[in-house]
Structures are given as structure tokens and as C-alpha cells.
Design a protein around this ligand. Sequence first.
Ligand SMILES: [Ca+2]
Ligand SMILES: [Ca+2]
Ligand SMILES: [Ca+2]
Length: 298
Amino acid sequence: MNWRFLTLFLTCISSVNAQTACDSDRTAPDLKLYSGIATIALDQDSSIRIYAKDFDAGTIDDCTPATDLIFSFSENPSDTEQWISCADAGMTVLTIFVQDASGNRTSGTVAVHITGIQCPQVLHEVGLLINLMNFKTNYPTAVGTPALKLSVGAGSNSIPVPDTYYSVERAGSGIYVTFTPKFYTVYAGKSVSVSLIDLDLDIINGVSTLDVLAIQKHILGIQKFSNNYYTEAADINGDGKISAIDIIELRRVVLGILDTWRFVPNWRYDFQSEPSIMVEELHQKTINCFAVKTGDVN
Ligand SMILES: [Ca+2]
Ligand SMILES: [Ca+2]
Ligand SMILES: [Ca+2]
């Protein structure tokens, strides 16, 4: 056996394969942006330069090295920087674009809070940010259209907080809640419970035969679900376990025989930290929340 020849032959094969994949790179980078609110603090009359790359949180590409990816504030890849001043104070959502060496481009949004105690435009600041997360990617994303409910007291003593005490704004993956000054005095010393209520009745959204197959694979042990959110999404009859009954029920929805889930809500929301918060702590407070769409596991 000519070992030297064999080694050279294998080296040649592997380099041809790598080259073929990247010669025809048509896949946009896997964009990962800073989650939560990026705060930029300014002094009056000052301004700072920000770069689109500042918001990168580990973006990778199949072919282009991370250091060669180009981040920009518009589809124009040379639009890489912006000047920010007090005039921009407030909450804003920036769209960040990333492009690989072959020109494949994708974009995402990042919430930015531009503030400064000397900026005259700073009228109010966000009290609470609820960041919706996709359980399949662990990434903030706009999922579902939940309504926010705030209450004080527990169980049957729970009383809703009237919506005149707060305003709600949605941007990107975030639900931003701003409280009135009166809210802080009326509810001082109390703990406020936050909940999200499912309002989206589009049950077929994200649900297909592929989801039926994924549940079958889980039941047969061919490919088990990697976390409990998949199990929650696949439990169509709400009995706490995954079985053939869930598949039958899901198939009825896929085939259009059923137009409503009979046992579970369309979306379920799971907070990653305690959703009961002391009023005094409701100031630029962020809580992450996984959104689980029933039936959508693939
Ligand atoms: Ca690529
Ligand atoms: Ca079940
Ligand atoms: Ca799906």
C-alpha cells in the first residue's frame, strides 16, 4: 500500500468538498443580535458614534469567517455606523443587516434605549420589558400576539391593575410597559403579577405534517425532544404526556377537520424569572418569556 499516495488523495477529496460548498454559498449568516434593551446614555450636547457590529452577539456563517461578516444599519453594506445624540432620546428599534462574502444578507432588530439625565427629550423611561423568546432557537423573536394582564394580590384576592395606570407598546420581540407616576404611588409596597393571555386564534400557523412526523419520531424514540417546551407543544390533549392520541388530534387540525384546539390554548407563555415583581423594582426591569405554540415542534 502506498500510504503517501492515499494521504494525498484524501486531502485532495476534502479540499474539493469544502470548496464546492463555499463556491455556491447561497446561505445567509445565522444572525444573533444583542437581546434585551441596549442602553446608550448621553450627556446633553454630546453625541456618540455607534456601529451596527456593536449589536452582534455571536453571528456565524457557513462559509465566511465571523470577522469578515459585514454589519450595517441598512441594506447598503457601507452603512456601518450612525451618530446618536440627545435628539434621538427614547426607545427605538434598529434594524441590523449582516452580509457574508457572497452577498447573502439577512436582518434582525434590536431594541435600543437612548437616554441621558440631561437630555430634555427624556420624558419617561420604560418600567418593564417582556422579551418573547422562541424555545426552538433560544432567541428573542416576535412570537404570538399576547395581551398583557397585570394584577395585585394572589389567588381569589387578585385584583386587576386598571389599564389607565400603564401603557403597552410592542416592538420586535419586546413588550414594553410604561407606568404612570400615579401607579407607583397607588401600588407602593405591593407586588404586581404579570401574565400574558393568548389572543391568537390562528391554530394552523406553524403546524404541518412535519410536526406530526416529529411527534411520531419522539414517541418511537427515533428522535427525542430536546427540552420540555417541545413536550408542552406536542401535548395536544393536555394530559401531560405524549401519545398516539396527540397525533390523532393534531392530524385533525392539519387536515382541517378541527379549527380549534379542544383541550389546550393555542399559545402558552412561560416566564424565565418570577413574574411577580415589587412595584419599586419596576424600572427598566427585563423578564424573558418562552412562547410555546401548540402543535409546532418542527
Ligand atoms: Ca453564507
Ligand atoms: Ca397528550
Ligand atoms: Ca411546525
